[in-house]
Design a protein around this ligand. Structure first.
Ligand code: DSN
Length: 417
């Protein structure tokens, strides 16, 4: 029996139930993944005990000799992985990384361009209910109604007109490749800083299957727990020119003591992503998304933009005559975990939505390939076509559970006791 079970059986029992859920269900939330045992081990290490305000070599507390070693290692690995001149690995979340970015490079009230949340952007890209939309003058850009992709000519016209201080590229529900080179050209033309939030695709960038934003952007923010398979947390990369402003905006600008335990997990994840196997993993995520998309289309389901170039798919639930909310809940009943999402120009509310977002990073981490994606697509189509079907969800849930148990879960079924 481990220390948690001995010390707090009540919490241990909840953790055990969650562990079982993660084993028995199919995790298709595009932003979730399974961290390795090594990442979990580092994240659960004694670094959770330490305060270390400041940066390596310039701390405000004593006892940081090993914190300095750890953070320096994480920084060097992040720079190597993404070919960046500078890395800040202290950001505790993607939202805080973005907050630091705006604090560093804009004044309250300044104009910033970002992709509208309901079209695939992020809360911190200017949503009126978020600090970003309250403190800064965000000018949104959208996708084209027909192609449902970003129209770079339209974006250029908005940028020329708005003359933003910052242009934010990056999305949470955009199934297509993002043209960072053209974003960079537009930003230079209008005198803006290009900031890329690559949280969703960081693992694809690290694995070489999505264009890197680093050569085109003055600043890149990212979470570390999505396609990158690290611990829950974030980071920011920048040019040398922007390094000091970024670091000051992270600490002391927006954060206090860094989460060193999370930085330990990030260092491990960066090393894992530097291995050749990670390139194979990233390629497999994309191939799996394409196979899942094919299976859904074959089942008569419409996908936003007609398909995918990356790790995610946005299903138009109108093609199954249900809402995103209903689709998400019916699939959950069948052991298939997804999240509802608005689709571009959605006529339903952001709570109900007409879309369903699916992603393949977590299933790929379990070793599944295109054949398994075809099976998953057929379950999804069955449930979407008959979400209230008598006994259908229960029957699919049993099939899913016995199928899922055949695939190891990194960090769970391979963890040493
Ligand atoms: N919650 C994240 C996602 O699911 O995309 C974004 O912060």
């Amino acid at each position: 029996m481990d220390a948690l079970h001995r010390g707090d059986p009540e919490v241990a029992a909840i953790v055990d139930r969650e562990t079982q859920r993660q084993i028995e269900t199919l995790e298709l939330i595009a932003s979730e993944n399974y961290a390795s045992s090594a990442v979990l081990g580092a994240t659960g290490s004694v670094f959770t005990n330490k305060y270390a305000e400041g940066y390596p070599g310039k701390r405000y507390y004593a006892g940081n000799v090993h914190s300095d070693e750890l953070e320096t290692l994480a920084i060097e690995r992040a720079k190597q992985l993404f070919g960046a001149e500078h890395a800040n690995v202290q950001c505790t979340s993607g939202a805080e990384a973005n907050m630091a970015a705006y604090l560093a490079f804009a004044e309250p009230g300044d104009t910033i361009m970002g992709m509208e949340l309901t079209q695939g952007g992020h809360l911190t890209h200017g949503s009126p209910v978020n600090f970003s939309g309250k403190l800064y003058h965000f000018v949104p850009y959208t996708v084209d109604r027909e192609s449902e992709t970003i129209d770079m000519d339209a974006l250029r016209a908005i940028a020329r007109d708005a003359k933003p201080r910052i242009i934010v590229a990056g999305a949470t529900a955009y199934p297509r490749a993002i043209d960072f080179k053209t974003f960079g050209e537009i930003a230079r033309e209008v005198g803006a800083l290009l900031m890329v939030d690559m949280a969703h695709i960081a693992g694809l960038v690290a694995g070489g299957v999505h264009e890197s934003p680093v050569p085109h952007a003055g600043l890149v923010t990212s979470t570390t727990h999505k396609t990158l398979r690290g611990p829950r947390g974030a980071m920011a990369l920048s040019t040398l020119e922007n390094a000091d402003a970024l670091d000051r905006a992270v600490f002391p600008g927006t954060q206090g003591g860094p989460h060193l335990h999370s930085i330990a997990g990030k260092a491990v994840a960066f090393a894992e992503a530097l291995k050749p196997e990670f390139k194979t993993y990233a390629r497999q995520i994309v191939a799996n998304a394409a196979a899942l998309a094919e299976g859904l289309i074959a089942g008569g389901i419409r996908l936003v933009s007609g398909g995918t170039d990356n790790h995610l798919i946005l299903v138009d639930c109108n093609s199954a005559n249900i809402s995103g909310l209903k689709a998400q809940n019916a699939l959950q009943g069948a052991g298939i975990i997804t999240n509802r999402n608005t689709i571009p120009y959605d006529e339903r509310s952001a709570y109900v939505t007409s879309g369903l977002r699916l992603g393949t990073p977590a299933l790929t981490s379990r070793g599944m390939g295109p054949a398994e994606m075809k099976q998953v697509a057929s379950w999804i189509v069955r449930v979407l076509r008959d979400p209230d079907g008598d006994g259908l969800r229960e029957a699919v849930r049993d099939e899913v559970a016995s199928f899922a148990k055949g695939y190891p879960v990194p960090g769970i079924t391979d963890r040493e006791a």
